[in-house]
Design a protein around this ligand. Structure first.
Ligand code: SF4
Length: 435
């Protein structure tokens, strides 16, 4: 095959710069939400506790609320905020560690001590025993996981409490408890093993779920998975149960189980708004994997049409997508894998290559800047970052760090003990699960 001729070119990794240019009319590109060009304090009218805040749900009574971000942080320029964050971090030294998710905006990631996926970052926090505060630049469930894995005296801080995850919000604890009761009506006692030693259902939750859901799973003999280890975790579950209840992401569940040979007919969907989840008793009796009706609003934007267009416009393009994408997209792509897989695949390419990537645009743009010898672009032509992750604006990061300098902890995320104990158990089962 002839080598591609790609001219190395500088790429601005900042998605924010691109959105600002679109809104100002200086770019012909398109964005899905011009609101993102303003500070999150302008469009986030109800800053409050994470779960629910991205879905318009009622904020739980007594949940912590953050005060209004002081005006000084709202009006400061990008350069001023950068200087203030840098200075606060220098003053705090090893007393603070800043974690930045792969999907976080570049102006925030620039200050991160560690950049990774949610589980890599929670583990990175474990390696920082000297840190009194862990500032998690990600979304609410990630900060909860860091709190579960860190020492009780370490404060985990989410710079903007309204940074939730719409997918995590799709599996509320009440709906999951209700589903569990209905499944018990169908299958009988859910903790009673049959003659083969298998219980009727093992609950499996994706890392992208609230601590309450991880606690539920821990209490009911279940386990947590990530997009990297979902197959290993499903094997673990099938060794203990007849079937799996998988939430919140239907796509990760379907894509993983399908690759393991589970027929689609044995993967009914559970829609919490319908009796019996909208499935029939026969479907549930036959089920191997019951898929919760949840999805990631970012990854469901990717389509087979986009892949076909990329192939038509870039012969030889390598298409890699995240397994949170719909099944048809994963099937049409050349490869599918976690954010870490995507990053490593690009890093390992020794020849100039065109990559079309189906995941969040902040990561894609950063990779494009990092590897100018390749041509790397997002499959979705519309600039559409994860809007909840985007709520971590540098203004919030500067605020929480300067509050720490002043001796005050704001926006601390603490998982209650009765939830934390079983949730840790579910995480420990994941760590112990071997391929
Ligand atoms: S990218 Fe999707 S799954 Fe990840 S935080 Fe955003 S909404 Fe949640």
């Amino acid at each position: 095959m002839a080598l591609l001729q790609i001219q190395p070119r500088p790429v601005d990794p900042s998605v924010d710069h691109e959105i600002q240019a679109i809104v100002a009319g200086d770019s012909t590109a398109e964005t899905c939400a011009t609101d993102l060009a303003v500070g999150p304090w302008d469009f986030d009218r109800r800053p409050g506790y994470g779960p629910g805040s991205s879905m318009g749900d009622v904020i739980p009574t007594g949940a912590p609320r953050q005060g209004e971000l002081p005006a000084a942080y709202r009006v400061a320029s990008e350069e001023e905020l950068h200087a203030r964050i840098t200075a606060a971090k220098a003053t705090l030294g090893e007393r603070v560690v800043v974690l930045g998710h792969f999907y976080q905006r570049e102006e925030v990631v620039a200050h991160a001590d560690y950049v990774g996926d949610s589980f890599q970052l929670a583990n990175a926090a474990l390696g920082q025993p000297q840190a009194e505060a862990i500032v998690f630049c990600g979304v609410h469930f990630m900060a909860e996981t860091a709190d579960l894995l860190s020492r009780p005296d370490q404060a985990v801080i989410l710079p903007n409490l309204a940074a939730g995850c719409s997918m995590a919000d799709m599996a509320s604890i009440d709906d999951v408890e209700d589903c569990w009761e209905q499944l018990a009506d169908i299958y009988g006692p859910l903790d009673a093993p049959d003659d083969d030693g298998l219980v009727p259902v093992i609950p499996v939750t994706y890392m992208n779920s609230s601590a309450a859901i991880k606690g539920f799973v821990g209490r009911h003999g279940g386990i947590v998975c990530t997009s990297s280890n979902a197959k290993t975790v499903l094997e673990w579950a099938f060794a203990r149960g007849r079937r799996v209840l998988f939430f919140p992401d239907q796509h990760l569940g379907r894509n993983t189980a399908k690759a393991m040979g589970v027929p689609l007919e044995q993967m009914p969907m559970w829609n919490p708004r319908k009796p019996l989840g909208g499935a029939s008793e026969e479907d549930l009796a036959d089920a191997r994997v019951i898929l919760w009706h949840g999805f990631c609003s970012v990854h469901r934007r990717f389509t087979v049409d986009q892949i076909e267009r990329a192939r038509a416009e870039h012969p030889g393009v390598r298409v890699i997508v995240h397994p949170e994408c719909p099944m048809a997209v994963v099937d049409a792509a050349d490869e599918a894998g976690s954010t870490d897989y995507i990053r490593k695949a690009i890093a390992a390419a020794t020849e100039p290559t065109v990559f079309a990537v189906g995941t969040e645009i902040n990561l894609v743009q950063r990779l494009a800047a990092q590897y100018p010898q390749h041509e790397i672009f997002c499959l979705d032509p519309v600039v559409c970052p994860c809007s909840t992750m985007y709520r971590i604006h540098p203004g919030y990061l500067a605020w929480v760090l300067e509050e720490l300098v002043a001796g005050r902890v704001v926006n601390r995320i603490e998982v209650p003990g009765d939830v934390a104990e079983p949730a840790r158990l579910a995480l420990e089962r994941m760590l112990a699960a071997k391929p």
